[in-house]
Ligand binder design. Structure first.
Ligand code: ISE
Length: 338
């Protein structure tokens, strides 16, 4: 029988995952959709055979035919949903940030460890992006020697009005915290944040762009330009500078044209487009992993690490200081280090 998935959250990400599980992933079906906006949930569930809509996420977990959970609600709702899923012994794929607050993230790690088997996968989709996978394979092969620097650019078209300055770190640069740990196989040890004295005009909530610089236990330095309201599209780029060469991803996607004495290409508008294939691969890998009793991609520990690094980053942003990252001891052997 297909794996029955409850999707929590019917926003942009949740709706995209419902469509994906319903139409693209063989071996899985959407059994329930939950959103506090019940009409939204009902609109998504309509047309999917045997799928029910709920205003309450916990009711969706208890619905008939639910074998696994995909959490795509806003970050602050994740902890309750994760603990409820673990309590019911249900495998979960949780969108990033797993749980933004490190103490709460650790509670999730501990709850999973107590159950004694891996149940939590975290949706850091870059781990499933074709270009990121190629860069990782190249770095792992050692052909370019050891990496010394990663230069990253993370640019959004615009962010929602509720986006805060802290979310630049905890919601956006969280991706680079995870991607760098995964690409390098190293842990992040300290974070600094540099801000131009003036941000972009017209944005009161977020002083944009910022430069987040972090160090790893392998001696690599990573710099990240985060630009939340760039106004032109969604761009994610990484360049690794290694002992014997450099490697860069994220430069060009899609159609390139030559016309009227110029050349040009297109830029995706958002992550749903830019990382569409990565999300497909991620959810497919998750469904296959759940069938084997395993997890796919980032673990709860990786989710916790991103939260702990994020907390150091927020302090660095607030104080202007270099803030060391303190990680708790890892409680379960099945949680990989990076
Ligand atoms: C958003 O939540 C994401 O995950 C996007 O990938 C990221 O680019 C954006 O900055 C975040 O707010």
């Amino acid at each position: 029988a297909p794996l029955g998935v409850a999707v929590l959250g019917a926003g942009a990400m949740g709706a995209d995952h419902v469509r994906r599980v319903d139409q693209l992933i063989s071996g899985a079906r959407v059994a329930a959709v939950a959103d506090p906006d019940e009409a939204r949930a009902a609109a998504l569930a309509a047309g999917i055979d045997g799928c029910r809509a709920f205003p309450d996420p916990l009711a969706a977990l208890d619905a008939a035919g639910v074998d696994a959970v995909l959490i795509a609600s806003p970050g602050p709702a994740h902890e309750e949903a994760l603990l409820a899923a673990l309590d019911r012994d249900l495998p979960v794929l949780c969108e990033k940030p797993m749980v933004p607050d490190p103490e709460a993230a650790l509670r999730v790690v501990e709850a999973e460890a107590k159950g004694g088997r891996p149940l939590v996968s975290v949706g850091f989709m870059r781990r499933f992006d074709a270009e990121h996978l190629r860069l990782k394979a190249l770095l792992d092969a050692g052909e370019l020697g050891a990496p010394r620097l990663l230069h990253c650019r993370h640019r959004n078209l615009a962010v929602h009005p509720y986006f805060t300055e802290e979310m630049l770190i905890t919601d956006s640069v969280a991706h680079e915290f995870d991607a760098a740990r995964w690409l390098l196989g190293q842990e992040v040890t300290a974070v600094q944040v540099f801000r131009p004295t003036a941000g972009l005009p017209g944005h009161t909530g977020v002083n944009d762009p910022q430069l987040v610089v972090f160090e790893t236990d392998g001696g690599v330095v990573v710099d990240v330009e985060i630009l939340a309201n760039g106004g032109f599209g969604y761009q994610v780029q990484t360049e690794a500078v290694c002992e014997r060469g450099t490697a860069r991803i994220g430069e060009a996607h899609g159609l390139m044209t030559n016309a009227a004495g110029r050349w040009g290409g297109e830029i995706a508008r958002d992550y749903l487009t830019r990382f569409a294939d990565a999300y497909d691969r991620e959810v497919r890998a998750w469904v296959a992993a759940v069938r084997r009793g395993a997890t796919a991609g980032a673990t709860a520990w990786d989710g916790y690490a991103a939260a702990a690094i994020g907390a150091a980053g927020v302090e660095a942003q607030r104080t202007g200081r270099r803030v060391p990252v303190e990680l708790a001891p890892r409680p379960a052997p099945f949680m990989n280090a990076v």
